[in-house]
Design a protein around this ligand. Structure first.
Ligand code: NAP
Length: 299
């Protein structure tokens, strides 16, 4: 039996349709919808394509969207002042600064300058702290981990009491998803092991996993024989493994040997079309959440 495919592309459609309905309801109730500003510094091609996709998605949902492009040589001081302007703009509910930033700008200073109330990327230390505390404290979850958890839940995978193994301990994926899956509450309550390059016998940990989340950035790292029969496998890795000679586009692969893993796993995410489409979707979800909060609390 081949594993059920958890399609991020399909889930994105479902979630965006849900958000679109919320935006209509919000406009009826408050006379305005969510406001998102995307700040792009410089002309990094990958950043341009991410921002373009974010802007397009926001506009399709009916957001008030500002794309604020700044020159590569903007000073840190001017960028912080720009963020402060949007912190004080009542029509803006989410502020996104596309990373990475040019070397002369301190990314940590920029992330902490964004009001935690408008930090829809979920990277501000205040929001990360609230995520760790859990429960009612949680405000904005970082988008990729939020997308992973949403995929696990929507795929009907039982998380309570499940053995979850997370490969990778980065601040944007491995660490937060490990904390989130171990929280007390729905879509979590799992027993979590986080593994990394210093872990002894990676395979034995992976083999125990009912839910295996892989975010290492190493193509083919997880072998099919490391996967427990029937496990849910979430492959976060996005690796360029070649170029399609006809289209000139990059050939992408995950961290899991997908074709072989499908024969063992119960459910699995593909690359591309798995976790990738969920990240921007969660950014939109956070922005809608922020707008409800701000509009509901407006004086
Ligand atoms: P990262 O910052 O490079 O961290 C990689 C983590 O994996 C590190 O903790 C590292 O361990 C661990 N690791 C690397 N090789 C390993 C090995 N052979 N055995 C065990 N652990 C190993 O990566 P990231 O930012 O989390 O991204 C991971 C992957 O996810 C990348 O392919 C990235 O492109 C992708 N990604 C996708 C999305 C999306 O789809 N939306 C979003 C973010 C990231 P150490 O800590 O010991 O070095």
């Amino acid at each position: 039996m081949s594993a059920e495919i958890i399609s991020g592309t399909q889930m994105r459609k479902e979630i965006l349709a849900e958000l679109e309905r919320e935006v209509v309801e919000m406009k009826e109730k408050y006379g305005k919808g969510p406001g998102l500003v995307t700040i792009l510094v410089g002309e990094n091609p990958a950043s341009i394509s991410y921002v373009t996709l974010k802007v397009k998605t926001a506009l399709n949902l009916g957001f008030h969207e500002i794309q604020d492009n700044q020159a590569e040589d903007i000073s840190e001081e001017d960028l912080l002042a720009l963020i402060e302007k949007y912190n004080n703009d009542p029509d803006i509910h989410g502020i996104l600064v596309q990373l990475p930033l040019p070397k002369h700008i301190n990314e940590d200073a920029v992330i902490t300058a964004i009001s935690p109330d408008k930090d829809v990327d979920g990277f501000h230390p205040v929001n990360l702290g609230k995520m760790v505390i859990g429960g009612d404290q949680v405000r904005y979850l970082p988008c990729t981990p939020a997308g992973i958890q949403e995929m696990i839940v929507r795929s009907g995978t039982e998380t309570s009491g499940a053995e979850v193994v997370v490969v990778g301990r980065s601040n944007i994926v491995g660490k937060p998803i490990s904390v989130m899956m171990g929280q007390k509450g729905p879509g979590a309550n799992s027993t979590v092991t986080m593994v990394h390059t210093r872990t002894q016998d990676l395979a034995s940990h992976c083999k125990r996993a009912d839910i295996l989340i892989v975010a290492a950035g190493v193509p083919g790292l997880v072998k099919p024989e490391w996967i427990k029969k029937g496990a849910t496998v979430i492959d976060v890795g996005v690796n360029r493994v070649g170029v399609n000679e006809e289209t000139g586009k990059a050939i992408l692969s995950g961290d899991v040997d997908y074709e072989e893993a499908r024969k063992v796993a119960g459910k699995i995410t593909p690359v591309p079309g798995g976790v990738g489409p969920m990240t921007i979707t969660m950014l939109m979800k956070n922005t809608v959440k922020s707008a409800w909060w701000h509009l509901g609390n407006a004086k």
